[in-house]
Ligand binder design. Structure first.
Ligand SMILES: O=P(O)(O)OC[C@H]1O[C@H](O)[C@H](O)[C@@H](O)[C@@H]1O
Length: 528
């Protein structure tokens, strides 16, 4: 990141917030990329020059996004700036790899991000205080007159928050079972120190349970994306004949997650549904039940079925975590998630990778509480299978076509819009009968704001769906995402491989969009 770029952006943010920031305290975190510490020094000087009274920063700028949210909420800080590991400047809620968490620790709402964006073109002066760099390697307070910088242990507040959510004694007992083993891949990103402290020191997992636990400026040459493509090392371990019972990975800034069993991938859409279904029984924080649940539109309908069974309010939002923030602030949502590997809850209102890992460990601990050590352990796959037997299974897959030319992608989108305009309920598309086709629109139930053009979708009478969206986070060209979903309650089909089960509808999706013709792509770059 260019220092000037960063300074301009942060100054725009402070300008947008105006007098609101005067005399307030700001939380600050980074993720272990090389610019983390440098950027922290710049932001500290800008905060001092713009009237903040204090900056609270993680030691070595190693602050995961959920940890920063916990810090903001627990210490009643004004807000927090998190330098995210994003390879994708300009995503739905993070500009230039920075995420601004607003007062309650949730991602900044659209009205704030729009205001910041408006200010970026007008910045004339950088109000940077003339103070020396702060030693970020040591916990402690440095004062500069009225202004002070506190360097904190980045894990402490977050751990305290997690302890209010989960039964740590139960988890510790479960992790001490000789017949259970796990591995967590921190992918050389920020969660290494978190995993060591929480999983190893607090919960007693062996040190070897944390893989790639040392944050590195360039993620050791890897790409810290917790999916089947990029978490290759973990996938190899979990697909070996002799493997740990549980595997998980988290991303650059610790907010996304992937959950695996032995030779078993838990689709993120299923993961949030399973967490919601088991929350009340397995996680103390949810013991009085869920206030409501939410998923993004492209995320599969597995969660809808759980909401219906639990009789709790359900919300379908556009892609982007900020839409959940409003619901959680209004006390309408306890658990939410997205197909893009984000899962979270209202404990900190962020997507939270470690929360998902501890939620899954709590689910496993609960389902194994009557299984004697050495008995047949209830596995991740068993928990999912039992869930599908009860609710049916929403097969789901996402095809990503990265770095397409923007012109080609736009042509394809125009074509799909045209198909939608010409179609009507009852039309036959392949073996499927159309129920509706539209461009998803959302009216926020809390503030009434409208979001349009949030994804082109075809919904069929059997509940199957085909959705096209252009990524808002891709870094070069256009990334087309094609989401495919099909529901089955047929016990004979529950265990099919998702790609096999979805074969026919994928064909339909490719035909109706003419994706291959428009983009020249024979196959996607990533399949989830
Ligand atoms: O627009 P996409 O590339 O599909 O990315 C979508 C994702 O972007 C960011 O990571 C947001 O925090 C997520 O809430 C969202 O799901």
């Amino acid at each position: 990141m260019q220092p000037n770029y960063l300074a301009n952006w942060v100054q725009s943010l402070f300008n947008a917030l105006g007098d609101e920031v005067k005399g307030k305290s700001l939380g600050l975190g980074g993720d272990g990329r090389y610019y983390g510490k440098e950027a922290a020094q710049i932001i500290i000087k800008l905060a001092a020059g713009n009237g903040f009274k204090k900056v609270v920063v993680g030691q070595d700028a190693l602050m995961a996004t959920p940890a920063a949210s916990a810090l903001i909420r627990r210490r009643h800080l004004y807000g927090g700036l998190i330098m995210s590991a994003s390879h994708n400047p300009g995503g739905p809620e993070n500009d230039f790899g920075i995420k601004f968490n607003y007062t309650a620790g949730e991602p900044a709402p659209e009205r704030i991000t729009d205001k910041i964006f408006g200010e970026t073109s007008k910045v004339a002066t950088l109000n940077m205080a003339d103070i020396p760099d702060v030693d970020l390697s040591k916990v402690g307070v440095t004062k500069f007159g009225e202004f002070e910088v506190e360097v904190v242990d980045p894990v402490a507040d977050y751990l305290a928050q997690l302890k209010e959510v989960f039964d740590f004694a139960l988890l510790k007992k479960f992790l001490s079972r000789k017949d259970f083993s796990m591995v967590f891949d921190a992918m050389h990103a920020v969660t290494g120190p978190y995993a060591k402290r929480i999983l190893v020191e607090e919960l007693g997992a062996p040190a070897s349970a944390v893989l790639n636990g040392v944050p590195s400026p360039d993620f050791n040459g890897g790409h810290p994306d917790p999916n089947l493509t990029y978490a290759e090392e973990l996938v190899k371990i979990m697909w070996a004949d002799k493997a740990p019972a549980f595997g998980a990975a988290s991303d650059g800034d610790g907010d996304r997650n992937m959950i695996l069993g032995h030779k078993f991938f838990v689709n993120p859409s299923d993961s949030v549904a399973l967490i919601a279904a088991n929350a009340q029984a397995c996680i103390p924080y949810f013991k009085s039940g869920l206030k409501g649940v939410a998923r993004s539109m492209p995320t599969s309908g597995a969660l809808d079925r759980v909401a219906e069974a639990l009789k709790v309010p359900f919300f379908e939002t556009p892609t982007g975590w900020k839409f959940f923030g409003n619901l959680m602030d209004a006390g309408k949502c306890s658990v939410c998630g997205e197909e893009s590997f984000g899962t979270g809850g209202d404990h900190i209102r962020e997507k939270d990778g470690m929360f998902a890992v501890l939620a899954w460990l709590s689910i496993l601990a609960f389902h194994n509480k009557d299984v004697p050590e050495g008995g047949k352990l209830v596995t991740v796959a068993d928990v999912c299978t039992q869930h599908w037997k009860k609710y049916g299974r929403n097969f789901f897959s996402r095809y990503d076509y990265e770095e397409c030319s923007s012109a080609d992608a736009d042509k394809m989108v125009a074509h799909v819009r045209d198909v939608i305009a010409k179609s009507k309920p009852g039309d036959k598309i392949g073996e499927f009968t159309l129920a509706t086709a539209d461009d998803f629109e959302y009216t926020d139930p809390i503030d009434g704001s409208k979001a349009s053009k949030q994804g082109l979708r075809f919904v069929f009478t059997d509940g199957s769906r085909i959705i096209f969206r252009l990524s808002g986070t891709g870094s070069s060209g256009a990334t087309i995402r094609m989401y495919i979903e099909q529901y089955t309650a047929d016990p004979a089909k529950l265990m099919l491989d998702a790609q096999v089960a979805l074969g026919p509808i994928i064909k339909v999706a490719l035909e109706l969009s003419q994706l291959q013709k428009f983009t020249g792509r024979e196959r996607p770059t990533v399949i989830t």
